[in-house]
Design a protein around this ligand. Sequence first.
Ligand code: ATP
Length: 383
Amino acid sequence: MQKRFTRPQNLLIFVNPYGGRHKAQFIYNTTVEPIFNLANIKQTVVVTEYRNHAKQYVETEDISNYDGIIAVGGDGMFNEIANGILLRTQRENEIPVQASSCNTPCYKTPKYKLGVIPAGSTDCMSYVSQGINDPETSALHIVVGDNHPLDMCSIYDDSGSFIRFSFSMTSYGYYGNVLRKSERLRSLGPSRYDFAGVQTFLNKHVYSSEIQFLPSSTKSQATDIRKCRFPCEICTNDIKPPTITTSVAFDSAAPISSISGGDIPDVVRGNFIMVNSAMMSCACARSPQGLSPSAHLADGNMDLILVSDCSRANFIKYMLSHVGKADRFDFPFVEVHRVKAFKHKSLNTESCWNTDGELIDSPNISVWVHTGLITLYARGVEE
Ligand SMILES: Nc1ncnc2c1ncn2[C@@H]1O[C@H](COP(=O)(O)OP(=O)(O)OP(=O)(O)O)[C@@H](O)[C@H]1O
């Protein structure tokens, strides 16, 4: 078991000059570097030059001297680094990354701890793991070597091919369409999400889908009042190792039951404005409670939130419930399930997926949670 505090000696740091308001370099120079220098931490800085630069770097370069990898950027940067280091770790341990791997106790945790200094647009990772988007706070958590496990999910297309790992929201329909539009509006900075959101809302689309899911085997529920707060008993005590043991490759026709080692899946069919899964609360400065306020950082579950067709007025009410403290599950057209895995099949016209702000074009995917697969320099949110 990892010690709760292991102060880092030597860090690999990626600075994304392109994310958020383009302030990552300034934040690193003025806030992060001085704190790391005071703590005598050796630093190697890579300013990213293109998309996937950080992912390629951690997958292929010699990183054996470092004890941690830090993103100065947003959730997209963190996702890149997490994907790169997870793929490298599986490759080095000869663990194949494909859907059938989910049927064994699965992927190996990297030996490197990951941290993020918020310098993106949404910065959900910092907000959810520290309760605030503040570069100084994040730098201090790294300096003292705080530890917190983080669940990751793995996503596959309907032929069982691996797509990517993800840590926060994976969403089909509305948020997928917003992302697709917002990518074309990057020059507007963070406000691109507002423009894309309004446009997507005005062109409301509804998608017919079938979703199979494996319900969680833990006692906690998405509707719990208790949230993930330091010290979180659910994240530290309630973790169950994966029980999935059979080995059958995914294919588009196979029901999730044949690949779930005896667990019986539930099935829902309907017309949805969006299908969301939240690995964590997905809170951010704009939505301080997040998409699923009682989701946990490391309990081996995700919350599957199905938003059925409804009037535009009701959809706005649902979206506005995310800004305040109102119960976002108290709508007749919203249902929520705490699950370990799910599989989505489109039954008519197709949308795309938004996972951690990255686009997945394939509408038919399966998603599996892996308990505590990453170790973060974080403590969790303190009240
Ligand atoms: N030099 C670069 N040029 C273009 N894209 C880059 C460069 N460096 C990194 N990227 C890409 O920028 C994307 C977005 O970065 P980042 O997550 O830091 O900011 P953001 O999208 O504004 O914030 P958030 O993800 O929190 O909403 C990353 O997915 C990364 O691949």
